[in-house]
Design a protein around this ligand. Structure first.
Ligand code: NDP
Length: 252
């Protein structure tokens, strides 16, 4: 898809691997100056190097979305480097402990999943929104686990991804008159580290999960990046408060 993001400043939080790195590369390829944010410096700097090698503009800034001061510093540093924020992708997430039933779920893990996946997105929006002084687009990473439930992903992950959609819709209504659109994206299983750790290592589990996708395959990080590019561009200018499903039919 051709979308011209020349002159746009994009921040991708959780861009050191998987879906986030594909999104950073895609937005940069389309002309945006991209801040690649995550905890793992080496991996994130490799994403920056790939963008710069292909003629794009990017830099790495560290962040742990579990730390409010770190999120605030990230966004201040991003604005100092590239000016007002236009596109923010809040993608950082962890899986917790898949396949552990609710009554057996560990409270420390529960808190960590909610703190990273849900409160992390809120912390990012809290500091991103005031920097979108020229209007902007926020894209929050939910999941098909945000639309329904199964016995695999566990209560904390499922709750966090459902709540992201509610928070997205709230912010969409609150900031529409400021020219800020807020949408979520709900991928099915995408072949990244989280999916490998969660269910792709065990072949019988992987087969079962594959069967849940009527299109007969898992998705790719590039396919999610393509959807994010559309959501981040003016081509989706009339869309806000929406949770875009990209799941090979798994939730239909
Ligand atoms: P990865 O594990 O490859 O990516 C997770 C990203 O989140 C990494 O860049 C990681 O960076 C970052 N991250 C995690 N915790 C933190 C933190 N505390 N602070 C800052 N960054 C953090 O997996 P995916 O690419 O699959 O996951 C990306 C998102 O997509 C997640 O929100 C996930 O829930 C969601 N998703 C994934 C699906 C899949 O099947 N793969 C399906 C649906 C949704 P670092 O460790 O360097 O900090």
């Amino acid at each position: 898809m051709a979308a011209d993001l020349q002159g746009k400043h994009a921040l991708v939080v959780g861009a050191s691997s998987g879906i986030g790195s594909a999104i950073a590369l895609q937005l940069a390829h389309s002309g945006a100056s991209v801040v690649v944010a995550a905890r793992r410096k080496e991996e994130a700097e490799a994403v920056v190097a790939e963008i710069c090698a292909s003629g794009g503009s990017a830099s790495y800034l560290p962040v742990d979305v579990g730390n409010t001061a770190a999120v605030q510093s990230l966004i201040e540093a991003a604005v100092a480097a590239y000016g007002p924020l236009h596109i923010a992708v809040n993608n950082a997430g962890i899986e917790g402990t898949p396949f552990v039933p609710t009554a057996d779920y560990d409270e420390t893990v529960f808190d960590a999943v909610i703190d990273t996946n849900l409160k992390g997105v809120w912390r990012c929006m809290k500091y991103e929104i005031p920097q979108m002084v020229e209007g902007g687009v926020i894209i929050n990473m939910s999941s098909i686990a945000g639309l329904g439930a199964n016995e695999m992903m566990g209560c904390a992950y499922t709750a966090s991804k459902h709540a992201i959609i509610g928070m997205t819709k709230t912010a969409a209504r609150e900031y529409a008159d400021k020219g800020i659109r807020v949408n979520a994206i709900c991928p099915g299983v995408i072949t990244t580290d989280i999916a490998k750790r969660s269910f792709l290592q065990d072949k019988s589990v992987a087969r079962k999960v594959l069967k849940m996708h009527p299109l007969g395959r898992f998705g790719t990080a590039q396919e999610v990046a393509d959807a994010v590019l559309w959501l981040g561009s003016d081509q989706s200018a009339f869309m806000t408060g929406h949770a875009l499903v990209l799941d090979g039919g798994a939730s239909c």
